[in-house]
Ligand binder design. Sequence first.
Ligand code: SUG
Length: 434
Amino acid sequence: MSHSPTPRPSRKREGSVEINFDGLIGPTHNYAALSFGNLASQSNAGVTSRPRDAALQGLAKMRFAMSLGLTQGFLLPLDRPNTAWLREMGFAGSDADVCAAAHAADPRLFAQACSASSMWTANAGTVSPAADTGDGRTHISVANLSRMTHRSLEQRETEAQLRLAFAHPAFAVHAAVPATFGDEGAANHMRLTAQHGEAGVEVFVYGEEGGKFPARQNRRASEAVARRHGLDPARTLFVAQSQTAIDAGAFHNDVVAVANENVLFAHEQAFADRDALKADLARLLPQAVVVEVPASAVSLSDAIRSYLFNSQLVTVPDGTMALILPMEAHDCAPVKAYLDALVAGNGPIRAVHYVQVRESMRNGGGPACLRLRVVADPATIDPRFLLDAARADRLEALITAHWPEAIGPDDLGNPDLWAQAWAARRALLAELGF
Ligand code: SUG
């Protein structure tokens, strides 16, 4: 028997980089209008989806990020249709029997069991890098996503997956906070720091009930996450979203704001009290730069339609910052004009890149929704969750061979689709060695 003590996690952050874990888009991706308050989800009700194109678009975005010199990871689609959940709802028999009975009895419930919504990994959990936490480990709290039924199904499988990917003692993975307090993960969490790997200021953004759409992030959930992660209360901010932004369709903060290292890029109407936030940031992180977009340049409605702020703001290897934006931002004239002026100036954001993620966008998920950021040493990650060019080639071939081409509104009830979706996921797990 060995008596050597368990090595204490190191407080040194050498080798730490920001890794983006994108959700591989699953074979049941479809438009079922499941998210009230998410304008794209609601307005694309019944449109025919293209799961194969969706997954290839997502993969192309990951390849593009790698071409910029960034480290890329991914998370797997969850098992859908979710027969375990349908069984909890009282349906019985074989998997196909369960699906047939659920679809016949309650098509909306069945659509919820089919959703590929785990693709938006910005909602998988909240991550506090090692430099911010009391015990020097990177803490991850799984999000409960309890405000939307279809999304509330994700947490158990997501937790299991995060426990695999981040099994190294450098990480602490926490189960979701109690469902009564809605928690939507990193989509409502920003971190400002002089440099990845250094201690930062963590900003939790919440919504208050009473507006025309549900407020999906509850302040108490954020407070619980901050306590579990052992964050320094003096360097942790809880900031209310503006009701105007939620009512305009900003169902998550990452629809109207994004931060990277010392830069916060936000719409002027994103927060209930922007002056207080700016003053707190200036006090806690003197290097903080706030790039605020006035409504006179880009209206809240254009910001939400184009997903200008649901972009990935990244630091590229030469130390400058770039934005990875959806093509919809390019196609919205006021937004494009704003961005052209932004990169022509001498602010911190030096380049803009547009990517095609239309299939995800039609459900309200832009480039930033599709990724979970983790600052860590890649050597501490289970390598099955990391991407390189060769693995991307193999995934592309697998998606092309197995993912359905299209799902129309009546196709969800088709047993062939369920069989194809399960087979596609089995092939993916086999390819990756799970
Ligand atoms: O939770 N859409 C997702 C989009 C999530 C975007 N994530 C971030 N902003 N980080 C949502 O509303 C729509 C599914 C449908 O309608 O079929 C959906 O779940």
